[in-house]
Design a protein around this ligand. Structure first.
Ligand code: ATP
Ligand code: MG
Length: 579
């Protein structure tokens, strides 16, 4: 990479010394920081809200909700504790017990947060469903998770659930956030109103199931990953260590709680660290987002490359009109963060984006550029203390070989951190296949440099083999993104009799640029100079948009399928885009 390292100035005097930051990390010490339940129990919701109230932080704002039409509501930690107690009592009244699945299908509404915490309090498994899914993916996920309770809105219920209920025998109770009870449905708020503010959390063991998250479906059918209460140890610690969350910090995680980031870092990490969570109900809008950063005085911001690319596309002038000086730390996750994006953050927002890497399966951030450490733009950063990572090659007979710095291979993590998933729903074999010799194999390809920074190359499935070279799409896409005309780029390998595969690029242009033969040639020439002819794309096609999963990730397998006229394979990609 030809980007220079971004060196960090010493920590600003603004922060109080933090004993957690200073302590050497072991998972035992991190666990000891939590309050726990009597008898060795652990409960995520207890650590997230009840504990804050007991520690005297009940009046601190836990949730600042911004409605899409300009409404604004705030909830203190004490209110969130009371409301989730009420909901927990209501769930008990409905007969919901430890291990039962409680799903939510809703946009970013306060009721979603109350449901998550209340469900965790009764020891149920909380499972969020992304609200933009169509009826079929909703049905599939409700059936797979054997949900007994669904919290949703009347609109989403009518559109996506009502007609399917006969096919969902486990789904006993539907609670609507915005209407009264009628046959077959309860009114969420009537249920809350009828219950007591007091609730004693029953014993939940650290390895009791707590969360069920479906993966994004970028590489195949979405998988249901199960997590346990003990994951909170990692959520809290990484929230502090990576995102630099401190009590009272205003924090905005733009990920939807329908995905793992929106729960691990959109609910649990900030609340267990005593932060104030900003939740915006509306969809992405560059102008609105800058206004939120400015008006809410957001200090810590966790977002994703898709959003960063859209902000870049909207132009720097828009950002320049806002005072973003409250921002202390900005981070990104979900896809490779191109060096362009890191540097753009520094130049435009005054803070570089810190890339972080993790997966639904890992439950929490594993590799990151942290506040204390120099950033190498284009690198995912270094493994966190307590996480042992390696680049490995699978042996055909089983087991792995550990590779040296500079070698390309699969990113693996030594098993033993608390938020590692404990199973794929109904797919024990697939789960077992992820582990060998005490390592968890991520399915992502990467390299490690001599200083221990990890560099993402691509998904194992997306890697391109051309003329004897093994190429990850990320590197080529990064180069194309350096060209001022390019807004987004996706790369695939296309079969070729001589080279094995040739590289084909799909490019979406920024506003103000028009597709033309001359521009195509220019872009190919531009990448040839930087990458060398063997690695540069041979073909380049302009597209209006790149296909993405519902969580905003570029789906190269769909580009490949379209290009080669192949069937899409399984329904997940289509399912992800069905409204
Ligand atoms: P599926 O497993 O269903 O194909 P998915 O892997 O996209 O979907 P997630 O668990 O949401 O589902 O995403 C994790 C993946 O996202 C990682 O394995 C990696 O490929 C990609 N990813 C996340 N963060 C980064 C990052 N900082 N740099 C590069 N890739 C990242
Ligand atoms: Mg995955």
């Amino acid at each position: 990479m030809n980007w220079t390292t971004i060196r960090k100035t010493p920590a600003s005097g603004e922060l109080a010394p933090n004993p957690v930051d200073a302590a050497p990390v072991s998972w035992e010490t991190a666990r000891a920081e939590l309050e726990g339940l009597p008898g060795g129990g652990l409960n995520i919701a207890h650590e997230a809200v009840d504990r804050q109230v007991r520690a005297g932080r009940g009046e601190v704002i836990a949730l600042r909700w911004l409605g899409k039409n300009g409404e604004r509501r705030t909830f203190s930690y004490a209110e969130l504790a009371r409301l989730s107690n009420r909901f927990a009592n209501g769930l008990n009244r409905l007969g919901i017990r430890r291990g039962d699945r409680v799903c939510v299908l809703a946009g970013r509404l306060p009721e979603l947060y109350i449901t998550a915490l209340g469900a965790l309090k009764v020891g149920a498994v909380f499972c969020p469903l992304f609200s933009a899914f169509g009826p079929e993916p909703v049905r599939v996920r409700l059936a797979k998770s054997q949900a007994r309770v669904l919290v949703t809105t009347s609109l989403l219920y009518e559109r996506k659930v009502r007609e399917q209920r006969c096919a969902l025998p486990d789904l006993e109770h539907v609670l609507l956030t915005d209407s009264g009870a009628e046959p077959g449905v309860h009114a969420f708020h009537a249920l809350l109103d009828a219950e007591s503010d007091q609730f004693a959390i029953p014993f939940t063991a650290p390895d009791d199931w707590a969360l069920l998250h479906f993966t994004s479906g970028t590489t195949g059918s979405p998988k249901g990953a199960l997590h346990v209460h003990e994951a909170v140890v990692a959520h809290r610690l990484t929230g502090r260590r990576v995102l630099d969350l401190h009590p009272g910090d205003v924090y905005w995680c733009t990920a939807d709680p329908g995905w793992v980031t929106g729960v691990s870092y959109g609910i649990i990490a900030p609340l267990t660290n005593g932060a104030t969570l900003v939740v915006d109900e509306a969809e992405f809008d560059a102008r609105r987002w800058y206004a939120i950063l400015e008006r809410e005085q957001v200090k810590v911001w966790y977002t994703a490359p898709t959003a960063i690319r859209m902000l870049m596309k909207a132009g720097v002038e828009l950002a320049r009109g806002h005072d973003l000086s409250a921002l202390r730390f900005a981070a990104s996750v979900g896809e490779p963060l191109h060096p362009e994006g890191v540097v753009w953050g520094l130049e435009t927002l005054g803070q570089p984006f810190h890339d972080t890497w993790w997966q639904t399966e890992t439950g929490a951030i594993m590799i990151a550029n942290t506040r204390a450490q120099d950033i190498r733009p284009g690198s995912m950063g270094r493994p966190l203390p307590g996480i042992e990572a390696a680049i490995v090659r699978r042996r055909p007979e089983g087991g792995v070989d550990l590779l040296e710095p500079g070698a390309e291979g699969e990113l693996a993590l030594r098993v033993g951190w608390p938020s590692l998933f404990r199973g794929y729903l109904d797919d024990e074999e697939r789960y077992r296949h992820c582990f060998t010799d005490g390592w968890y194999l991520s399915g992502d390809l990467a390299t490690r440099d001599a200083d221990g920074y990890y560099w993402f190359l691509g998904r194992a499935d997306d890697v391109i083999k051309t003329a004897g070279h093994l190429i990850g799409p990320f590197e080529i896409e990064s180069v194309l993104l350096e060209h001022p005309a390019v807004a987004e780029a996706g790369m695939i390998g296309k079969p070729d009799a001589f080279a094995g595969q040739i590289i084909k690029a799909f490019v979406a242009l920024k506003p103000g640029y028009a597709a033309s033969d001359a521009l195509r040639k220019e872009l190919i020439g531009f990448s040839r100079i930087r990458l060398g002819p063997a690695v540069a794309p041979r073909e380049l096609e302009f597209v209006a948009d790149l296909p993405k999963t519902r969580s905003g990730k570029i789906m190269r397998r769909l580009l490949r399928a379209r290009e080669l006229g192949l069937p899409v394979g399984d329904l997940s990609a289509l399912e992800n885009s069905a409204e």
